[in-house]
Design a protein around this ligand. Structure first.
Ligand SMILES: Nc1ncnc2c1ncn2[C@@H]1O[C@H](COP(=O)(O)OP(=O)(O)OP(=O)(O)O)[C@@H](O)[C@H]1O
Ligand SMILES: [Mg+2]
Length: 270
């Protein structure tokens, strides 16, 4: 397993020491921030058309499908805007600690991810009342959740938004690159929470274990796959993990799947 947490200077430190870069960052953050209002208007409009048919007139089943897809994608955009702003805040050392149950964190993250591709599954997950039922439902999707009952009920103190962002990126990658299976394991040891996201896909050759954390780097950059991303997710995850004083380990080799392990210190102060 290679430790990759002690990477060169973080973006946050570089920016803080450079007023020009800091001003540029604020301008970009403000632009991103201003996307929130039109997005909220689009979301509210689509929701009203579907839910207030008494007011706006009836819609056909086909139209409803189109509205739902548009609404899902508006939510993706909202998440992306939130993520981009959170990265800026993180670079400035802003953390928002709260006490939250691991169950809520994991449920919300998985429902949010699956909602984008499989609403039937996300609706089923929302209705699960026990951990066992939740795990069994996820297995239909090839997702294995390893966490015990006691931990599931446990509350931790950390920055929930940042942890969600980390998990969302690692899980999205695992779901994108897996053959059949993704396993999310959660454990708490001493004052740390440890998440491991493992898949059974093509894996990452050892020579690329550092480079995949560089902005815009993609192993399959020439691929025409429709779900390709931007090569930014892991770079962002690294910034967040570092800002929280955590570490990230990668265990992978060609043809062997990939396992990303994130260890985050927990706060004990109130
Ligand atoms: N679980 C994985 N298995 C195999 N390769 C992976 C895995 N996770 C990441 N990679 C490789 O690392 C590259 C960088 O990942 P990263 O999450 O930063 O970007 P992305 O997923 O391509 O796009 P984005 O996250 O910006 O939507 C990926 O393009 C892929 O080549
Ligand atoms: Mg990604």
């Amino acid at each position: 397993m290679s430790a990759i947490s002690n990477m060169p200077a973080t973006r946050g430190q570089e920016e803080k020491g450079n007023p020009l870069m800091r001003r540029e960052r604020i301008k970009i953050d403000l632009l991103i921030h201003d996307l929130k209002v039109p997005l909220a208007v689009i979301e509210a409009g689509l929701t009203s058309m579907m839910k207030r048919q008494d007011k706006y007139g009836p819609i056909t089943e086909k139209q409803e499908r189109v509205f739902k897809r548009a609404l899902r994608n508006t939510k993706v955009l909202k998440t992306l805007v939130g993520d981009a702003l959170e990265l800026g805040r993180s670079g400035e050392g802003i953390v928002s600690f709260s006490n939250f149950p691991l169950a809520d964190l994991i449920e919300e993250t998985l429902v949010e991810i699956l909602d984008l591709t499989d609403t039937v599954m996300s609706e089923k997950l929302k209705k699960c009342e026990t951990l066992l039922h939740f795990k069994k439902t996820l297995e239909e999707k090839g997702v294995i959740l390893s966490i015990d009952e006691t931990l599931w009920e446990q509350k931790i103190r950390q920055d929930e938004t940042k942890i969600k962002q980390i998990l969302r990126n690692l899980l999205n990658n695992a779901l994108k690159y897996r053959k059949n299976r993704v396993e999310l394991s959660v454990d708490c040891k001493e004052d740390f929470v440890i998440f491991s996201v493992q898949d059974d896909g093509a894996g990452i050759p050892a020579t690329y274990h550092k480079r995949i954390f560089d902005c815009y780097f993609q192993l399959d950059a020439t691929s025409t796959c429709s779900v390709r991303g931007h090569g930014l997710g892991l770079a962002g995850v690294m910034v967040l993990v570092e800002d929280m004083g955590g570490e990230m380990l990668l265990n992978s080799d060609e043809g062997q799947g990939a396992k990303f392990l994130v260890k985050i210190p927990l706060k004990t102060d109130k």
